[in-house]
Design a protein around this ligand. Sequence first.
Ligand code: IVH
Length: 684
Amino acid sequence: MAARRESSLRARPADTLDKQAAAAEMESLREEIRHHDYLYYVKNAPEISDAEYDKRFSRLQALEDAFPDLRTEDSPTQRIGAAPVGTLRKARHAAPMLSLQAVREQADIESFLKTARKAAGGEKPGYVLEPKFDGFSVELVYEKGRLVRGVTRGDGETGEDITHNLRTVRALPLVLQGDAPPHSLSVRGEVLMPRQAFQALNKARLERGDEAFANPRNAAAGMMRQLDPGKVAGRRLDIFCYDILDSSDEPLPSQTETLASLAAWGLKTCPLNDAADTIAAIRRYHDRLAEQRETLEYEVDGMVVKADSRDVREALGVRARSPRWAIAWKFAPRQEVTTLEDIVVQVGRSGILTPVALLAPVDVGGVTVSRATLHNADEIKRKDLRVGDTVRVIRAGDVIPEISERLSRPGKKQGKPFAMPERCPACGAKVVREGAYFRCEAGLSCPAQLVGRIRHFAQREAMNIDGLGEKTAAQLVSRGLIADLADLYTLKPADVQTLEGFGKKSAQQLYDAIQNAKTPRLDRFLHALGIPRTGRRTARLVARELGSLDAVQKASRKALAALPGIGDETAAALHHFFRQEENRDVLQRMRRAGVKVGEMAGREAGRQPLKGKTFVLSGQLARFTRNEAKDRIETLGGRATSSVSGETDYLVRGESPGSKLDEAEQQAVEILDEQAFLKLIGEA
Ligand code: IVH
């Protein structure tokens, strides 16, 4: 290496070299750079300074510029700068990419060990212990030692081709090392976004006005599914490899040897991998990793126990989607202790007052938490929460943070018990109690309710008015431009232009978006009105049964209650809404402004193939957003719920499914991949 280094440093200008000399120097530079990439990104042990490295890199670039036909695909200079792709193409995996059964209790690990021992003929088998990386699972395909393809896990059988993005991951070799990597090799690994990179990315996104990613896993997934690799390069993504999906060589006899071979080929394996053969040692690893968790650069959400020997694995076999030879032992949800600084009360669109906890900001597993939902007054009373208390905050995955309990501090006096305000904090009107809830009586004359109503009306699943978010709605209300929903349709571009943040063009755009929302489907319109007890599902049921706005408005309470799936209270709420003078007035004025609500009948009414079936969605689908998929399910008579329970008939799994998939597997719920789901809804 030393001789090469010198030759580069005393180099002649690139364009004065003959081709042969250039080719030789380029090849040796590439090898050298690959080696230093390996030391830096895989081994975490660089041997030269960044400046030294950059010198070599620029020299190689200069040579490739001078001799473009000598540039190769696997050159280190070619990680970035590939052209964006049009779409992500489908690609089949070499072997199914299975998922893992997940448990939280030691007893479940003990029974896993028992089963493994039985399968091993009574002898105590050895296990490999690995962190369970909370990242984005990928397949890497190497042909003749060259990275030729990278694929997302997708539904486990087929994923999407993301080679262009994976090439930007510097810890991933474009060319394998070592004596004799298999002629063709397919490896499984997990792409991770280190915490720091995640925070930097979110900061940049927020500054640009984009939404922040909820966690590093989503960020890694978001990056990997980009069409333009230029947006991924420089994001400091990392990868750990942990399995061979397929190989042209003889299968290796154990996981230990698999990990050793991956490492020998220059692929990055996790330095925290370990081995054990007793529950005590597994427990120790679990507890140690749980402790280390907050200080690791990347997220782990548990550990994985894998039977080491291939023979034992074969004896154990696989279930439909997860092997019997491995199990994930997940960590408890994250929690932190902080101070409850204040309890504020928010007013929703229906006037319901919701208490929200303001907390001394605390980092709960990489996410700063400063607010938590408190649900309602009873919950605060049950937990006896008071301003100034020390509280425990938990955050499970993407779920909104919650206060799990108050920590008593002997000797510390608690503040005053919380009481719901007697007057609405937004408008000062009287607050009335309805069961567990408190409601502002003012209706639409309460600005908080009106803003909430407008937002609800405009949202994508309702009238889909682009550009009418919280801020704009609040301004329209506070400036007195809108006093109810019908006023939206008489807004002029000139009115909008007076709002902060609007120019001539954006004002016209919002105006156009409102004008375009004059012919809604009946179910969407009913949902958009924000009638109490009438969510999307109820709106759809009513729309399908009654067919027109006119019929809904005229229906008696009894007729509404007789509709399938509509209870007495919902019927009463609907009936009441359409009898109220101010609502009738709003509808009348909307009609006059040109709003024409579509009618529904026939085909949709008849076709209910999903009737009585309950679905849970997990992961991202390629064809629909989550809400679109829900919409389809409900349109066809099914129900979409958010968690797996005894009532769940199907789990629809998309890209990067979460823990719901594990739950579904444990509860033996039928799992549909996207294709099977499309078939079921007749859209395959
Ligand atoms: S092994 C056939 N090992 O966890 C066994 N998976 O469902 C396949 N994961 O989607 C997985 N760290 O992406 C394995 N050390 C590890 C892992 C790991 C994270 C992911 C994997 C899988 C999910 C569990």
